[in-house]
Design a protein. Structure first.
Length: 109
C-alpha cells in the first residue's frame, strides 16, 4: 500500500449527545451569528436555552445549519424560504422512510 498521494483529513464527529454553543456552531458551519439567529427565529434551528449566550445546538443542528447556509449563499433564499425548503426536505425524508418500511413489509409477505 502506497501513501504517496495520501491526504491528511482532520475533523470531528458531532453526535446527538454532544452540544455546540452558538460560537462553536458558527465556527463548525462557517455561518455568521446573524444567520444562525435568523434561522432560529424562523424555526430552522431549535436550540436548547433561553438566550443566545445559553443556546446549545445538537449535531443535527450542524447539518441543518450547513444546508441553510448553502441555500442562503448558493440560491439566495431568505430565512423564511430556508425554513420552508428544510421542512419540505424533512417531509420528503419521512415519506421515503415510510415507503421503504411499506416495501419491506410487502416483500416480507
Amino acid at each position: 500500500m502506497s501513501f504517496d498521494n495520501a491526504e491528511l483529513v482532520l475533523g470531528s464527529v458531532i453526535e446527538e449527545e454532544n452540544y455546540l454553543t452558538l460560537t462553536e456552531l458558527c465556527q463548525a458551519s462557517s455561518a455568521s451569528e446573524d444567520h444562525v439567529m435568523a434561522w432560529v427565529f424562523e424555526g430552522v434551528l431549535e436550540p436548547i436555552g433561553e438566550t443566545p449566550q445559553d443556546w446549545q445546538f445538537t449535531g443535527q443542528s450542524l447539518r441543518r445549519t450547513r444546508l441553510a447556509l448553502s441555500f442562503t449563499r448558493d440560491l439566495e433564499i431568505n430565512p423564511a424560504g430556508v425554513a420552508l425548503a428544510l421542512d419540505l426536505l424533512d417531509e420528503i425524508a419521512l415519506l421515503r422512510a415510510r415507503m421503504q418500511r411499506m416495501t419491506v413489509r410487502y416483500h416480507a409477505k
